[in-house]
Ligand binder design. Structure first.
Ligand code: GZL
Ligand code: ZN
Length: 328
């Protein structure tokens, strides 16, 4: 889909150019790359923007430096995709003192005073985790697999990031509710290399893991390589020794793995925030109010139709039914 909506009446002449400083987490995953591309496509010169893009290589201090540079350059808007939730109060206060609106994208910031940012656009990580846990319970029930026979390895995302906090919490709620065995938890930093390394070490330590809950697709790609290198098979037949992989992001490569039965369930996390961030900026430019929190709707994909839908409660405490899209 064309991720950049060309503004029809582009009123931007040279002096109307809107300068946007975007502090991006890094380039750790396919999801992140797609997110960066969406922002670059949207905040382009032909759309009337001057985008200053900074890749922080997943280091918060680099993001803080970038924001200070944006303040120095007196940008019109600061967009921040925060690597982790805490540690932003000081630099966001500096942006507020400089009268520069801050839009938080994707992950959330945990600040003492939420006037330190104007608005947030992102995805509901807690709901994503709950959807995955409900899918796993639905799958186990349909296959007659006892909860005590489910031994889960949780390859976590970057510790302290909203995506990791929410997806881990969703899983842990399922463990408490359904009585699964949570064998191991370790961060895979949302990268393929670390996901593979963590999976290798977990397989060496434990011989009963039969479900691997990867908190993003790149970790799943690494985990699948490690599982196959250990002479085991990924798939849904966990009663006969296969190891079932659950993942998040629904990247192109991830959905290919779902089609091939290597990932059994992939919960969508949509990276195309460029147009949504632009919509917020246009409203702000027009002096209109914007909601503080702008959640993006997301689906669930699975290899087959064993589970047809799941019920999950989102971060706004609304319980919703989510259809599962089978890819076979
Ligand atoms: C999710 C986003 C996560 C993705 C990962 O909202 O923050 O970061 O799930 C990415 O792929 O690295
Ligand atoms: Zn299957």
């Amino acid at each position: 889909s064309d991720s950049s909506d060309k503004s029809s009446d582009s009123s931007s002449s040279s002096d109307d150019v809107i300068t946007v400083g975007f502090s991006q987490v890094g380039a750790e995953s396919d999801w992140r790359t797609a997110n960066s591309q969406s922002m670059k496509d949207t905040f382009s010169k032909e759309n009337g923007y001057d985008l200053i893009f900074d890749d922080a290589q997943q280091k918060q201090e680099n993001q803080i430096t970038a924001i200070r540079n944006f303040i120095q350059q007196e940008v019109d808007y600061i967009l921040l995709a925060p690597v982790t939730e805490t540690g932003w109060d000081t630099v966001l206060q500096e942006a507020k003192d400089a009268d520069i609106p801050v839009i938080i994208v994707d992950r959330m910031v945990d600040v003492s005073d939420d006037s330190l940012y104007t608005t947030w656009i992102g995805t509901d990580a807690l709901c994503e985790g709950r959807k995955a846990a409900e899918w796993l319970n639905g799958f186990a029930e349909a296959k007659g697999i006892a909860a005590s026979d489910i031994h889960i390895a949780d390859i976590q995302g970057t510790i302290g990031s909203t995506a990791q906090i929410g997806r881990t919490k969703g899983l842990e709620e399922g463990v408490d509710k359904y009585g699964w065995d949570l064998v191991a938890q370790q961060t895979g930093e949302f990268t393929q290399a670390k996901g593979q390394e963590v999976m290798e070490s977990m397989l060496k330590q434990y011989d009963n893991i039969n479900v691997v809950y990867c908190e993003n697709d790149n970790e799943a790609f690494g985990a699948i390589d490690a599982i196959e290198a250990a002479g085991k098979t990924v798939g849904s037949d966990i009663a006969n020794g296969e190891i079932m992989v659950i993942s998040f992001d629904t990247t192109h490569a991830g959905l290919q793995d779902v089609l091939d039965g290597k990932i059994e369930c992939d919960v969508e996390c949509n990276p195309l925030h460029g147009p949504r961030a632009e919509e917020l900026i246009k409203k702000l430019e027009a002096g209109e109010d914007v909601d503080k929190l702008n959640y993006v709707d997301e689906e669930i994909f699975a290899h087959d139709d064993t589970v047809k839908s799941v019920k999950a409660t989102n971060s706004l405490d609304e319980e919703k039914d989510f259809d599962v899209t089978p890819l076979t």
